[in-house]
Write a protein that binds this ligand. Structure first.
Ligand SMILES: O=P(O)(O)OC[C@H]1O[C@H](O[C@H]2O[C@H](CO)[C@@H](O)[C@H](O)[C@H]2O)[C@H](O)[C@@H](O)[C@@H]1O
Length: 197
């Protein structure tokens, strides 16, 4: 055994599942990547595993997604979970809550118009959501550089905006909210077990 190998006696203690909390991305984590965002779905085996995980953690499972919260719900279907949508802007902290709190701020209409116009001109697709608008170039990868540069230009013109560059997607989003903030809010709220907080 070399010095980097852990022996049984110095392994860290196993933390029981009920003292864990799970924060999961949707696309590329729970739902396989597909060409069209509207075609994404939750495989039955994943749905089954998630249902078991919810039961074994007493509900400490949340989806933290860049998608709109309503879109996450649509993909999860009958499986209702605590969700943060739109990169941390929308929050439904527990399954008991009916809706995410209403958000007042949004992407300025002229910015939305420019993004949608760019999408048409460059043969890519746009996706509107609360507090963000995305340019998807998965079906036109040669447009990736142009999409990233365009988003960077737009956010450089407005201090309230930030750019996000993901898997074949570039987005204009609002500054001041992010997925990390959403996880912090979840950590401070039931149903997370207090010894997870
Ligand atoms: O935070 P996530 O839940 O991982 O969401 C990130 C973005 O996911 C979606 O786009 C990605 O998945 C699409 C479907 O597989 C794929 O076509 C696209 O290329 C990926 O970027 C979603 O449409 C975005 O709104 C999310 O921000």
């Amino acid at each position: 055994m070399d010095s980097t190998t852990l022996s049984h006696s110095n392994l860290p203690p196993v933390i029981p599942l009920e003292r864990h909390a799970f924060f999961l991305d949707l696309d590329g984590t729970l739902a396989p990547i597909v060409d069209n965002p509207e075609d994404a779905c939750l495989p039955e085996a994943t749905r089954h595993l998630l249902t078991q995980l919810v039961a074994q953690t007493n509900g400490a499972v949340a989806v933290i997604s860049g998608r709109a919260l309503a879109d996450v719900d649509r993909i999860l279907g009958a499986l209702r979970l605590p969700v943060s949508g739109s990169h941390g802007l929308e929050l439904r902290l527990s399954t008991a809550a009916d809706h995410a709190p209403k958000q007042s701020a949004g992407i300025p209409a002229p910015v939305i118009d420019r993004v949608e116009e760019f999408a048409v001109l460059h043969g890519v697709t746009s996706e509107r959501k609360p507090g963000a608008i995305a340019l998807h170039y998965r079906k036109a990868p040669d447009q990736g550089e142009a999409c990233r540069a365009f988003v960077d230009t737009l956010v450089g013109e407005d201090a309230s905006l930030r750019g996000l560059h993901g898997k074949m997607v570039s987005e204009v989003a609002l500054k001041g909210v992010d997925k990390g903030g959403a996880v912090t809010r979840f950590m401070a709220s039931p149903p997370l077990p207090s010894d997870c907080r």
